[in-house]
Design a protein around this ligand. Structure first.
Ligand code: MOS
Length: 728
């Protein structure tokens, strides 16, 4: 189904099932331990052996030799796979770091060997017996030291990643009020609950991997590529994930090394990346240094906006696109955004939840707070004055829907913003300095092709099949809601099966594009199924209605099961997009309001209250959407106050590479969170008229916390995390 015009009225609009705050259909499986993660799939193939990965203990250099003889003779060991016995695996388009193979070391904890044994403990014990002789090279590990010499990052055609509109330099020079400051965000690790894990099995030349992956087709493509086998020989299955946050968008070393280990040892092999390996073996959100200059007239209108971000990555890697939102968020005729990239011999930097906007807004929204203060304006009013309904880089391109001002107004109202004292450090409550801060959120809405198959059985049950994944976001439930709404059935009559690469190819889970696109794919498949069902019972498919388990038209009404009297019906289709996203800038918007207390004597910061208002088109399931947003707000609180991969700049690795040392929020850190969604639909996003919220909820939170700390204490922080020891 090609979607090229605004969605008209369609069956989804009835909202008998869609739009309801429905419990997760996979919830009972999850809480009873019956939704297995990859490593727990003991029943998929018998005789599974355990793999244990050895990571490089240098950051850059070569392996001169590796002695695996003692490991091979250790109890329970079946085989040892050495990186020296394999060529480097060809990279997938999104990978920068070699996942396995060869003597060259590009980053610390690069996988260099796999011990395959009868038990996990035996594999681990044997891995300790492997002796490696390294030639260690000098490397560059310190972004701060490299930043000044960093050149512009390059685009696909080798062009400098710098974009201009108008004449920033002139406008900034002549602006009545200006700010110019530099902000820093640290490297972060995804810290998802389920580690990267894979069980691999070969049946002749056919490979099956039961794994934990967000983007099944990318994984299938990249794994076939890495092993130099045809894609048809590869099957991925990933029905349940314990989080990904971008670290499972692409296959990682566990997938490749489990497949190689299974082939070499002749046994099915299961591998989970050990937790202490994940931060350095996989990817992380790169640290950024961001300079932001704003110029405005005295009445508060922005005239000049420049945002330049420097990040680092391995040779051939990409920059963190922290300037994305700044291109389009606020009005202002003259603007410049630029990305610089330093070469670092650190692990691969790559996508982490809301890549670009999450760290970008942590900087931009403090800058906006600073500018509002200089102008003597309320920060909410300052943002309202600078709203734009068109893409400022391309004024002929309007936003499809932009309810940003409503987000700001509703948030201010719900939070009680009018009670804020504009002067910092004025509100004292016992031992605590109390402050209020706000920031805005922006995250793009990406349209991607997505396919699904729906079957209507003789029992009247609709089965949905797609390779879409549920990374903990509630995908099972919204796909079931979509099929139920389309076929006029209660939710209990819908079954959803996900994550199998043999199913139709979905958009996958990433960039908060999953919800809108994958439900639209199910919508398209259901349109096909409705056509077949209507024809079977002799009704005009264009006009027939599907409600209450029946097909109706005029005064004729038949049970849906009449359509399957001769057997199952199958509808399969994809949603595809023409150019609605070229004609219309598509994005989601939020406002975040936070109250912070900072202890006057100890400097301990405490979050008292958080309010978010989000605008993201139709909210398919307000309960699941709220869960996404409060989780994202929690992640934003971690980014503001705790999260930080500490770099050992001598040896080139992240020091705090496990969950004991990498701090994330716990329940005691998080207060009541209030989340409101703007009641709206976006007819340009898809027939679902929906968008995503999973990443939006993170965008802006950190700056709201920083701004509240400023309001509480008068201490303006421009680098994260904001900690007792560094700032307060
Ligand atoms: Mo998200 S970082 O695109 O999984």
């Amino acid at each position: 189904m090609l979607f090229d015009t605004p969605a008209s009225r369609n069956p989804i609009d009835r909202q008998k099932v869609i739009g309801k705050p429905t419990d997760r259909i996979d919830g009972p499986l999850k809480v009873t331990g019956n939704a297995p993660y990859a490593y727990e799939r003991h029943d998929v193939v018998p005789n599974q052996a355990y793999g244990y990965i050895l990571g490089s203990s240098i950051a850059t250099g070569r392996i001169r030799s590796m002695d695996v003889s003692k490991a091979k003779q250790a109890p329970g060991v079946i085989d040892v796979v050495s990186t020296l016995d394999y060529e480097p695996a060809p990279l997938g388009p999104q990978n920068t770091a070699n996942l396995f193979g060869g003597a060259k070391i590009d980053h610390y904890h690069q996988a260099i060997a796999l011990v395959v044994a009868e038990t996990f403990e035996e594999a681990r014990a044997a891995a300790n017996l492997i002796e490696v002789d390294y030639k260690r090279n000098d490397g560059t590990f310190d972004l701060e030291a490299q930043a000044d010499s960093a050149d512009y990052a390059k685009g696909p055609e080798g062009e400098d990643l710098v974009e201009r509109h108008g004449d920033f330099d002139k406008a900034f020079e002549s602006a009545e009020v200006t700010t110019d400051a530099t902000y820093r965000t640290p490297a972060e690790t995804h810290a998802m609950m389920e580690p990267h894990a894979t069980i691999a099995n070969w049946d002749g030349d056919k490979l099956t991997v039961w794994t934990s992956n967000q983007m099944i087709q990318w994984g299938k493509r990249d794994l076939a590529n890495a092993l130099k086998i045809p894609q048809e020989k590869v099957r991925l299955d990933s029905p349940f994930l314990g989080g990904g946050f971008g670290s499972k968008l692409f296959i990682r070393s566990d997938v490749v090394i489990a497949a190689i280990g299974a082939r070499q040892s002749g046994r099915p092999v299961k591998v989970a990346l050990q937790r202490p390996l994940i931060a350095n073996n996989t990817t992380h959100r790169p640290a950024t240094i961001q300079r932001i200059r704003l110029g405005a007239s005295k009445d508060g209108r922005l005239t000049a906006i420049a945002h330049e971000s420097t990040s680092g990555n391995l040779p051939g890697g990409k920059p963190e696109e922290a300037v994305n939102q700044t291109k389009v968020f606020y009005a202002g005729a003259h603007r410049k955004v630029a990305l610089r990239l330093a070469e670092l011999n650190m692990p691969e930097g790559n996508a982490m939840r809301a890549p670009g906007e999450a760290p970008g807004l942590m900087a931009l929204e403090i800058a906006m707070d600073e500018m509002a203060e200089k102008l003597g304006m309320d920060p909410v009013e300052f943002r309202i004055v600078n709203d734009t309904q068109v893409d400022p880089m391309d004024p002929d391109r309007p936003f499809s829907r932009r309810n940003f001002v409503e987000c700001l107004r509703q948030g201010a109202e719900a939070f009680g913003w009018d009670k804020r004292s504009a002067t910092p450090g004025k509100t004292v409550d016992g031992d605590w300095l109390v402050g209020m801060g706000m920031a805005a959120g922006y995250r793009g809405n990406i349209l991607m092709k997505s396919a699904a198959r729906v079957r209507l059985g003789k029992d009247g049950v609709v089965s949905v099949e797609t390779d879409m994944t549920d990374i903990g976001t509630g995908t099972y439930t919204i796909l079931a809601q979509t099929a139920a709404e389309m076929m006029g059935l209660p939710l209990e009559k819908v079954k959803v099966t996900l994550g199998d690469s043999d199913f139709p190819i979905s958009a996958g889970s990433g960039g908060q594009w999953g919800a809108n696109n994958s439900t639209a794919g199910v919508y398209a498949a259901c349109v096909k199924l409705r056509e077949q069902a209507a024809e079977k019972v002799g009704l005009d498919p264009q006009k027939a209605n599907f409600t209450n388990g029946r097909i109706h038209l005029g005064n004729k009404s038949v049970p849906l099961t009449e359509a399957t009297a001769d057997g199952e019906l199958v509808g399969e289709d994809a949603i595809e997009y023409a150019d609605v996203d070229k004609k219309y800038q598509q994005a989601t918007f939020a406002s975040h309001f936070v109250q912070m207390s900072v202890n006057r004597f100890t400097g301990v910061p405490r979050i008292d209250r958080m309010v978010a208002v989000c605008s993201a088109g139709r909210i398919l399931n307000p309960k699941a959407a709220r869960s996404q947003v409060i989780g994202a707000m929690t992640m934003g609180a971690g980014a503001a106050l705790m999260e930080h991969l500490a770099v050992d700049t001598r040896f080139g690795f992240f020091v705090n590479h496990d969950l004991a040392n990498y701090e994330v929020p716990v329940h005691a850190d998080i207060p009541h969170q209030e989340v409101t969604f703007i009641d709206d639909v976006d007819p340009y996003s898809s027939p679902m008229k929906a968008k995503g919220v999973g990443e939006l909820g993170l965008c802006g939170v950190g700056a709201a916390i920083a701004n509240a700390i400023y309001n509480a204490t008068g201490i303006r922080t421009r680098d994260y995390p904001i900690t007792l020891e560094n700032h307060l």
